[in-house]
Design a protein around this ligand. Structure first.
Ligand SMILES: *Cc1c(COP(=O)(O)O)cnc(C)c1O
Length: 388
């Protein structure tokens, strides 16, 4: 019997201990220190972008992206319903209104429905996209690259251009995913829209415990994000502040972990991709469940694996399946509850949501840590096949 196989745990096989200890020994543990700029430079080199602003969390990065997009109270922002709720909460931090959009078979935002919504439910008035029903100005959209899969950015960017929407890419799950074909070949998740947000939370492909980063198409926007993330200090000696600031800057202690994790990122991606292929073989031609593919024309980091259960074939509820697997030492979890149905969001607008409903009742995520060995993966697959 194998020991317990968790869904996703951090991997500190590299220089994490050494760098974190060094940060402590130097006494640089707070929001100043060389590891912060080191991590920013490593991310800039890796993503081929001119500027990265390291911050406290992916949520903080998304919040700053909305602020820099000029999203204000009463504005609207188009968001997905099938995702982690942190992609949507910052819209409310700005007292703006989310408009929930459906997904397509990639689990990411459906660009056809997005276009339809803009064409039929909105009107462009003097360069502003106005939602006919609520009269609200739709300023931006948040597109999430779900589980490391890339959204259909060609179509989404076309819609955004036509309708003057700022594009905020939530690339918190997709660090290292990039297009290999098409208009954006060679471009990484988070570097295509106006803003890209990354997360280094404990379950992400690299982690700083908690942490995040923001990049922007206009370098001055990311520069300004750095400024507001450090309490908007115009004169740090005499405490002069020309704007409302935030305490969103990453600490040097977090960045020490991050600098070490960046050294391992290519290897982590390689292992995620390799382990996915092992699962793919094991679930080949299996009629009760199917491992969902990633988009073609994309080199995905394959952060999380989605197993779609066919309920008609198994006759078991998802909750039952997860509980049985847990008892057999395999941790899995259902995909998220749809956000437009959650208590804080049930009164906001949503548009023709069908596919998200379909997938939300069928998908479980299965163990995907970078430490997994072939025999662990075989045990997970055998166990799933046994109980379904
Ligand atoms: C993890 C995650 C976030 C938030 O990142 P934190 O660093 O935990 O704040 C936002 N959106 C999505 C889709 C995520 O998976």
């Amino acid at each position: 019997m194998n020991s317990f196989i968790p869904l996703s745990i951090p991997n500190f096989e590299g220089n994490e201990e050494e760098y974190a200890l060094e940060a402590v020994r130097q006494g640089w543990v707070s929001t100043g220190g060389a590891y912060i700029t080191e991590l920013e430079h490593r991310l800039e080199d890796f993503l081929k972008v001119p500027i990265i602003a390291a911050c406290q969390s992916g949520t903080a990065a998304l919040h700053m992206a909305l602020i820099e997009s000029g999203v204000m109270p009463g504005d609207s922002v188009i968001v997905p319903t099938l995702t982690f709720i942190a992609a949507v909460n910052p819209v409310r931090y700005q007292f703006a209104n989310p408009v929930f959009m459906d997904c397509d078979d990639s689990l990411c935002m459906d660009p056809e429905k997005l276009l339809q919504f803009c064409e039929q439910e909105c009107r462009l008035i003097e360069g502003r996209l106005i939602h006919k029903k609520t009269k609200s100005h739709i300023k931006a959209l948040v597109v999430v690259h779900i589980f490391g899969n890339l959204a259909d950015m060609e179509k989404i960017m076309d819609v955004a251009e036509t309708y003057h929407l700022k594009v905020i890419e939530d690339a918190t799950e997709a660090l290292g995913s990039y297009y290999t074909e098409g208009r954006y070949a060679g471009r990484y998740a988070g570097t295509i829209g106006d803003f890209g947000a990354y997360s280094f939370n404990g379950n992400k492909i690299i982690t700083t415990g908690g942490g995040g980063a923001l990049t922007a198409k206009k370098p001055e926007d990311a520069e300004h994000a750095k400024y507001i993330s450090t309490q908007a200090k115009d004169d740090p000696l005499f405490y002069i502040h020309h704007e409302v600031g935030y305490n969103y800057r990453m600490t040097n202690l977090q960045a020490a972990l991050g600098a070490a994790q960046m050294e391992e990122l290519p290897e982590f991606i390689r292992r995620k991709q390799h382990n996915y292929e092992i699962y793919q073989d094991l679930f080949q031609n299996y009629e009760k469940a199917e491992l969902l593919p990633f988009r073609t024309g994309v080199n995905s980091n394959k952060w999380f694996y989605s197993l779609m259960i066919h309920p008609e074939q198994t006759g078991k509820a998802i909750a039952e399946i997860i509980a049985e697997l847990q008892n057999m030492g395999v941790q899995t979890r259902p995909i998220w509850g749809l956000i437009h149905k959650q208590k804080p969001y049930s009164s906001f607008e949503h548009y023709k949501i069908h596919m998200a409903e379909y997938y939300s009742r069928r998908i479980i995520n299965i163990p995907c840590s970078t430490q997994l060995k072939k025999k662990d993966i075989e045990y997970v697959a055998e166990t799933i096949i046994k109980i379904l």
